[in-house]
Design a protein around this ligand. Structure first.
Ligand SMILES: Nc1ncnc2c1ncn2[C@@H]1O[C@H](COP(=O)(O)OP(=O)(O)OP(=O)(O)O)[C@@H](O)[C@H]1O
Ligand SMILES: [Mg+2]
Length: 348
């Protein structure tokens, strides 16, 4: 029932469980994909559009991010990634369209406050208080969320230790390198234990070791079930971390898991390496009904087909029947870089 909105009132008379006077438990819109009481979609946008004076930054963006998913947003400079995140974090209003975070409407002032409380954001620039120490920066931010002193101490220690900057906790941020500031900003985005995390280029400017620390940390968060929306130019990082990827260039060009995106453009291809390829062998493979194309490149047969699991044994049999000595059979994989270049184009 796409586009259908429900308003639901939930009452309970169980005062013991919900406290005195709290008969009305919840009022709001149930997202279209709320299955069996479990919120399946954390982010949902419908034709979300943002125009600036003479630029359309994001146009008709319709997409979803599921609970516990790491979603990667990739696209060239100026593609609208940051603008999308800023809209979802209620920092800039859409021109048209709508979006929901945990079922809350980014256009509703009351919902906006709630959304801000449940999300963590690492913006493009860290925006820390330079004269305060790393610890005080995080402590100040955590206080704004009303977190108790004991709890603040525990969380800040855990975060700074995990991000390998605990030893520098008392130094003013002004003395930190770019990468260290980035780590403090990541810790700040997490100190109130948000359920949804928006990261705008978290490893930009980090050295390889620091990038790995951050990536490993994000993997741990993923295991904990936090939903992560990740803007990145690092395609390798996106491929390693993300369950699904959206490619944007003002409009959403493609969305899906890396395998789905690869399958969309290239279909399935099996690679068979042989010491000798004869025309007879090629014809035998071409004769298999579900094989759409056979190419020979540098002693390898590239066989495009519908269903490798089902048809690879047929290919092997056809080749062996023609006297082939098969060295290996493999699946041809197209990485995210191939997909990106296919969608966005090559060097400018
Ligand atoms: N506050 C603003 N005022 C005017 N134009 C803006 C503003 N913010 C963004 N834009 C424009 O919107 C477009 C999208 O910008 P955005 O920052 O969302 O891109 P991006 O994908 O994050 O790029 P990058 O990879 O460089 O960070 C750009 O053309 C940019 O100039
Ligand atoms: Mg950006």
């Amino acid at each position: 029932m796409a586009g259908t909105f429900f308003t639901v009132l939930v009452y309970s008379s169980d005062k013991k469980k919900y406290g005195p006077g709290s008969g009305l438990l919840w009022i709001g819109r149930i997202p279209e994909t709320c299955y069996h009481g479990r919120l399946a979609l954390v982010i949902e946008t419908v034709e979300l559009t943002r125009e600036f004076k003479d630029v359309v930054a994001v146009e008709n963006l319709t997409m979803t991010v599921k609970e516990g998913e790491v979603f990667g947003f990739i696209g060239p400079n100026g593609a609208g990634k940051t603008t999308t995140v800023r809209m979802l974090c209620c920092l800039v209003n859409p021109t048209r369209g709508s979006a929901f975070v945990n079922g809350l409407d980014i256009a509703n002032p009351k919902d906006r406050l709630k959304i801000r409380g449940m999300i963590g954001l690492l913006p493009e620039t860290p925006g820390l208080y330079e004269s305060l120490s790393a610890y005080r920066n995080l402590d100040f931010f955590a206080q704004l969320y009303g977190i108790s002193r004991e709890e603040r101490e525990r969380r800040i220690k855990d975060l700074l230790t995990a991000l390998a900057v605990w030893d520098r906790r008392d130094d003013p941020v002004a003395k930190f390198s770019k990468g260290m500031k980035q780590k403090i900003a990541i810790a700040r985005a997490l100190v109130h234990e948000p359920s949804v995390l928006f990261l705008d280029e978290p490893t930009s400017g980090l050295d390889p070791q620091a990038s790995m620390t951050v990536r490993n940390y994000l993997m741990d968060l993923k295991k904990e079930g936090i939903t992560i929306f990740l803007n990145t130019h690092n395609l390798d990082e996106a491929e390693k971390l993300c369950d699904r990827i959206g490619v944007i260039q003002r409009v959403l060009l493609a969305i899906g898991s890396p395998e789905e995106l690869s399958g969309k453009f290239w279909g399935k291809t099996t690679v068979v390496r042989l010491p000798l390829v004869t025309a007879e062998m090629v014809r035998a493979v071409e004769a298999i009904p579900s094989v759409s194309r056979v190419k020979e490149i540098e002693g390898k047969l590239l066989v495009e087909l519908e269903n490798p699991d089902r048809d690879n044994p047929l290919i092997v049999k056809a080749l062996v029947d023609k006297g082939a000595q098969i060295e290996y059979v493999n699946e041809l994989k197209h990485g995210l870089e191939d997909i990106y270049l296919r969608l966005i184009g090559g060097p400018k």
